[in-house]
Design a protein around this ligand. Structure first.
Ligand SMILES: [Zn+2]
Length: 85
């Protein structure tokens, strides 16, 4: 393996350990729930899910599960961001 590729692999390992480098802008995920599958999407800080609970409450077990998995890789909600001085 050439030295250029070795350097890239070392950098990839370092990036993968520093999760605060990564922020998701948008994605779609299928979650297999206990009763049926659900399509969850995320775009610019907004969640969406096709389940009935999300439609009435704006949050559900599917979106909360993804928040738990992704953690620090999601941007803070706008109202939770510290004010810039
Ligand atoms: Zn849901």
């Amino acid at each position: 393996m050439d030295s250029g590729m070795i350097g890239k692999i070392q950098k990839a390992k370092r990036y993968a350990e520093q999760l605060d480098r990564i922020r998701f802008d948008a994605f779609k995920v299928n979650i297999e729930g206990d009763n049926s599958g659900h399509l969850v999407s995320y775009s610019e800080g907004q969640w969406n899910c096709d389940c009935g609970f999300f439609a009435s409450r704006g949050v559900c077990s599917h979106t909360m599960a993804l928040e738990r998995i992704l953690g620090v890789m999601l941007p803070l909600p706008r109202e939770a961001e510290p004010a810039t001085v």
